[in-house]
Design a binder for this molecule. Structure first.
Ligand code: UD1
Ligand code: MG
Length: 513
């Protein structure tokens, strides 16, 4: 664990240094030149790089305010979260916060809700960051200091309430009908700031099909209050969608990390980092430009998003180290809600909420697939995670008993028919060939069905309590273990991000010229 201590201590020292940076570096240079005078030219040659690195860092900080500090906090976040989990996970279990790992033969108890130390450390890092951001950014990018601070604090408040809601859910197991609308309340602070700073509420009318612009006789459409409704729904979606794509080791943190890294890459497209680095460290006189849309305001918003996301990536990576297969801790709903709120705060306050939604393509697919179960057109068991064949360690889609029930049954049946034709869902039959049920409607089960893993014939002694269906004969062509399914799911998430970039920067340019 010594590297975790190093990851903690080095950034701590760097943070202290950065706090004192201007005076400390000046002092260093002054001492260096005094020493130079005393000890001659040889020392001058060694001291010179110190001064030039100091100047380069100062230049970087002017061009991309506080980004360096954010990077330091990300590394600090990794070390601190890793150690915090190491120190606290037994205490969580001792206080009853532990769950059974359903996809392990032993079903051993694993400490639950360890998303809490991750969220707490992240939020402490963001508090430490306030002076850097305020003095760094406010001076050069934001005209209004108070507004800049309000923007940042509203994001913090929304994230705090997201984490709190998740922890309450872990402890009290809130019912879904209450869980769904609560993120609405969490999103109020950032929506108020969005209103106060006069955020745009219009959308561009697509140029294709051409009849749309001809019919509306305009190129932009003012949505007004509807736009706020959209952002509230986005908050509900982002907080819950990670939670319903859960249940195998490491999948909650993995998906949040891929989305966060993708959003960071998107942010960097708005900042000319290579030119700044070349100027600062190699002294090349390159023209620093704003690569996309040439707007200082846009650059400031994407810098804001990076300030929030870099420490999030650091703390989440440490959590993944503990939560990846085989999990030593579970993240709990605390992490799912907290991560959703961090991403939605970046999207709304960074004014790229539509682009953000593109990075949630797998989560949107999982939601659409899950909808018949979430809206009770098809029964929804307590757990929908895949079924483990303990003898081989292979995963199969888990199933649910499904009986057509009048009109609701017919609607559910139509959805199932469509999913079966798309090879995302499979039916389970009894020995007489009668349909007994279907595989649970989740993306994880769909990947297994798509790969050819099938629940076989259900025996007469089918277990019907909890509407979960035990399968006893299993067939399949491609086998996936829990670790294999995690890699497959991460592959889908990365492919989703690649598609999102293509849509955002190729298709969107054609449709919204
Ligand atoms: C959501 C899903 C549920 C899924 C569950 C798993 C919906 C509507 N609900 O419910 O289908 O089964 O998440 O998180 O889609 N667990 C593991 N291995 C893991 C992670 C979790 O076995 O890698 C189990 C543990 O027993 C843990 C429990 O899942 O205690 C946590 O479930 P919880 O987060 O309370 O379930 P929900 O969020 O309500
Ligand atoms: Mg959960």
């Amino acid at each position: 664990m010594s590297w975790a201590y190093a990851a903690l201590l080095v950034p701590c020292a760097a943070y202290m240094l950065a706090l004192l940076a201007p005076s400390a570096a000046d002092l260093l240079c002054a001492h260096a030149s005094m020493a130079c005078a005393a000890w001659g030219d040889a020392f001058l040659r060694r001291a010179a790089p110190v001064a030039s690195v100091h100047a380069a860092i100062q230049y970087m900080d002017r061009a991309l305010p506080a980004l360096g500090v954010s990077l330091v906090l990300a590394v600090l976040g990794y070390g601190a979260t890793y150690l915090a989990i190491a120190w606290s996970h037994r205490a969580f279990a001792a206080h009853g916060l532990c769950g059974r790992d359903l996809l392990k033969r032993t079903g051993a108890p694993v400490p639950e809700s360890l998303g809490l130390p991750c969220a707490v450390i992240y939020l402490v890092l963001l508090l430490l960051f306030i002076p850097f951001r305020h003095f760094g950014c406010a001076a050069s990018l934001y005209a209004d200091h108070a507004q800049n601070l309000a923007l940042y604090l509203s994001a913090l408040l929304s994230m705090y309430s997201g984490a709190l809601l998740g922890f309450v859910d872990d402890v009290l197991d809130i019912r879904w009908r209450f869980k769904l609308p609560i993120p609405l309340l969490s999103s109020i602070p950032m929506l108020m700031v969005y209103i106060a700073e006069g955020g745009a509420t219009s959308v561009v009318v697509p140029a294709w099909p051409p009849v749309l612009r001809a019919f509306l006789r305009r190129t932009t459409l003012e949505l007004g209050a509807l736009y706020y409704v959209y952002m509230m729904l986005l908050a509900i979606f982002c907080t819950n969608c990670i939670n319903i794509l859960a249940g195998i080791n490491g999948v909650e943190v993995g998906q949040a990390l891929v989305i966060a890294v993708s959003v960071c890459i998107n942010d960097l497209l708005y900042l000319d980092v290579p030119a700044v680095v070349q100027q600062a460290f190699f002294g090349r006189d390159v023209q620093v430009s704003l690569p996309l849309h040439n707007s200082v305001d846009l650059a400031a918003r994407h810098l804001f998003s990076l300030h929030l996301l870099l420490p999030f990536i650091g703390t989440s990576a440490a959590l993944l180290a503990w939560n990846r297969y085989p999990s030593r801790v579970f993240v709990g709903d605390t992490y799912c809600y907290f991560a959703g709120m961090v991403l939605v705060a970046c999207g709304v306050l960074g004014h790229y909420s539509k682009t953000l939604l593109l990075f949630f393509l797998p989560q949107i697919a999982n939601f659409l697939l899950s909808a018949p179960q979430l809206f009770h057109l098809v029964p929804c068991p307590r757990h929908r995670i895949p079924y483990l064949d303990a003898a081989t360690g292979r995963l199969y889609p888990s199933c649910v008993v499904w009986e057509p029930r009048g009109m609701r049954g017919m609607l559910g049946g139509a959805c199932i028919d469509m999913f079966v034709r798309m090879r995302l869902v499979c039916r389970v039959y009894d020995t007489h060939g009668k349909v007994l049920g279907v595989s649970n409607l989740t993306l994880l089960n769909a990947i297994l069905v798509f790969c050819g893993a099938r629940p076989g014939l259900a025996s007469e002694a089918t277990k019907r309590d909890d509407v979960a269906l035990r399968v006893d004969a299993l067939q399949g062509t491609v086998w996936l273990s829990e670790r294999g399914l995690w890699y497959a799911m991460m592959g889908v998430q990365v492919a989703g991000s690649v598609l999102a970039f293509l849509v955002r920067y190729r298709l969107a340019n054609a449709i919204f010229p």
